[in-house]
Design a protein around this ligand. Sequence first.
Ligand code: UDP
Ligand code: MG
Length: 325
Amino acid sequence: MKLISIVVPCYNEEKSIDLFYLTVQPVLEGIEYIDYEIIYVNDGSKDSTEQQMRDLSERQEKVRYISFSRNFGKEAAMLAGIEAARGDAVVLMDVDLQDPPELLPQMIEDWEMGGYDVVYTRRSTRSGEPPIRSWFAKQFYKLINNMSDVHIVDGARDYRLMDRKAVNSFLRLRERNRFAKGLFMWVGYKSKCIEFENVERAVGNSSWSFWKLFHYAIDGIVSFTISPLRWATYFGLFTAVSAFLYMFFVILTKLIFGNSVSGYASIVSIMLFFGGIQLIFLGIIGEYIGRIFIEVKSRPNYIIKEESPQLNTNKEKVRKAIIQR
Ligand code: UDP
Ligand code: MG
């Protein structure tokens, strides 16, 4: 029987832990031809999430948990869960039930019978989300797809099933700056997309503020493409050529009409304009240098404070498998 690992990152979700289990467990039990494990990852929650996980895993043998020493972000939580997973396939799910468990049988069937290595999901609507946020999200996907060579589907969720092959490939990407949505796509493999209507959170609030999402977008762009750096080059070339042509114009007018000291306004505005542009491009270069700095330090992506005992052995196995490749 094949084993499915369900990886669930949680941050301040005390109310959702049991609810998630009660909702997902019957669905998984209903699929007779698979076995499953549920791995909760506590991403440094400040409420009683950790206690909830501990209690649940003591009561239910198929539930395990990992607890971080502090909040490392959802990407790190997903990574820790995937590393700990020992299934033949791994499914990532949000604990807030925004990823409908009803899709699981279909996803697992596509993987087992359909021969797909990756089954991912996308929201066909963004109902229940502030319109400005949806608009920005759309623009972000347009931008990143134009600039980089991985194609990230608009509205793609992290909710996905990955075969062991895809999981191992994903784990070989050891970068610190993890933009998982892009990394999953980058890995490739035979994939299928399932669409569903947006579901609102069961309980609690989204922990993503607008600025957090904005930074996430910049992270995505900077870690997947260097084209902003190329823009700087092109823009520099363009202005240098224009300046050269303008120089001829200035010299000619001087020779023909003599010197007239006017044009204070134009000089000031050109100076300010180019000052601004230079700062923007310096900022862009800074974004990349900052990331090099972070990569070079190569700190771990997360620190585990506590985990259910069953998890330890497997981690070593996964690590060895990665090193062998
Ligand atoms: N999450 C996490 N660490 C964080 C923020 C969020 O593990 O720093 C988890 C959260 O508990 C949930 C999932 O990531 O299971 C998605 O978060 P949320 O529902 O807040 O995001 P949204 O659905 O609004 O995109
Ligand atoms: Mg959510």
